[in-house]
Design a protein around this ligand. Structure first.
Ligand code: GRF
Length: 213
């Protein structure tokens, strides 16, 4: 994806494992013209993911790829790469996808796999981000959109947004407040990548300097 200036909608794949509210936020941004993309395919590692049903209702192709059917992360990655390449997918958006993608997958889509995470990384990586933020007593948490690398929740950061943690917050109230920001920030970050004009400089995703010519 790096630095490409896209004139036609970019074919996306969204990977989910559950309810799919970020998937819907992406779909709404596409429909509203805020995201120059088309959701070509939605894949879930769980056949009962609610997001699959929503996708079918939208006429989006879906694929259930249960991880239990594959003997290793590499075998799963290969099946996923094959399914996505066969459909011309150029950008992959993880949205509540609860599986690790390995080097095989990441190498097949260089700088083209994004994830949304419900904390200000590098604080609280992993599946319990909101609970750990509350338990730690931080006053501010938030949302991070980052590139996916084989190391969990550790790739270069594309966008972040802060969310206050209140004294009376529970897991549910904090998660809900963070989710509202996820739905706002994720489509914006995806569009930023699609629009081009950026590069990855070490760990930093930075805007290219404007050419003088
Ligand atoms: C979101 O909080 C996301 O940040 C995390 O898993 C949750 C998925 O929610 N990785 P949804 O399936 O998009 O509603």
């Amino acid at each position: 994806m790096a630095n490409a200036v896209e004139n036609t909608p970019v074919p996306l794949c969204v990977l989910i494992s559950g309810r799919g509210s970020n998937l819907r936020a992406i779909g709404e941004a596409v429909a509203a013209g805020r995201l120059r993309a088309v959701i070509r395919l939605v894949v879930s590692n769980r056949a009962d993911a609610a997001g699959l049903e929503w996708s079918r209702g939208q006429g989006i192709e879906t694929l259930a790829l249960p991880h239990q059917d594959y003997p290793s992360v590499e075998a799963y990655d290969e099946a996923l790469v094959q399914a996505l390449k066969a459909r011309g997918v150029r950008l992959v958006c993880l949205a509540g996808f609860m599986r690790i993608l390995g080097p095989v997958f990441c190498k097949a889509f260089p700088q083209a796999v994004l994830n949304v995470h419900p904390s200000l990384l590098p604080s609280f990586p992993g599946a319990a981000a909101q609970a750990e933020a509350l338990a730690h007593g931080v006053k501010v948490s938030g949302v991070t959109v980052h590139f996916v690398t084989p190391e969990l929740d550790a790739g270069p950061i594309i966008m972040q947004a802060a969310v206050p943690v209140r004294d009376d917050d529970t897991y549910e109230t904090l998660s809900t407040r963070i989710l509202v920001e996820e739905h706002r920030v994720y489509p914006e970050a995806i569009q930023r990548i699609i629009a081009g004009g950026w590069r990855v400089d070490g760990r930093r995703v930075v805007t290219n300097p404007v050419s003088e010519t």
